[in-house]
Design a protein around this ligand. Structure first.
Ligand code: 5GP
Length: 124
């Protein structure tokens, strides 16, 4: 695995506190904040604090503690938003990677989208 992390990406700046964000939750290894251009009533971005470019990079290189913290944080947010299918109307998670995935920010992030019907998974 040969990812090079660009520490000037916008989420790195958010993690360093150089750019404000609408924090939803912060844990030891994870930060979650509202997307600046929400595509649904709930649009939360969940990112690891570590320097990982994509989901596969995170899965291969993060520590067990980072991975557990990330997914626990994700689950807690879904519960707090009230969107889990057992209590609410559901959600979608997306993680874009690379060129075909149309990833704009090269720091691994999970989009949580919820609060309206989200249509079929892909349009094209
Ligand atoms: P990607 O296309 O990389 O999967 O998604 C990047 C997301 O980051 C987009 O949904 C975009 O709206 C969001 N975004 C870009 N810049 C900022 C920012 O400065 N603050 C916040 N909160 N979100 C941002």
């Amino acid at each position: 695995m040969s990812y090079t992390y660009d520490d000037q990406n916008i989420f790195a700046k958010i993690l360093r506190g150089e750019i404000p964000n609408g924090t939803v939750k912060e844990t030891e290894h994870t930060l979650a904040f509202n997307d600046i251009q929400p595509q649904a009533p709930h649009h939360v971005l969940v990112i690891p604090k570590g320097a990982y470019v994509t989901a596969d990079h995170f899965a291969a290189s993060a520590s067990d503690a980072e991975i557990a913290d990330f997914w626990r944080c994700f689950g807690t947010i879904c519960g707090e938003l009230g969107v889990t299918p057992d209590q609410g109307d559901g959600y979608r998670i997306i993680s874009n990677a690379g060129q075909n995935g149309v990833q704009d920010v090269p720091h691994f992030h999970l989009h949580i989208l919820a609060g309206r019907p989200l249509g079929r998974m892909l349009n094209s």
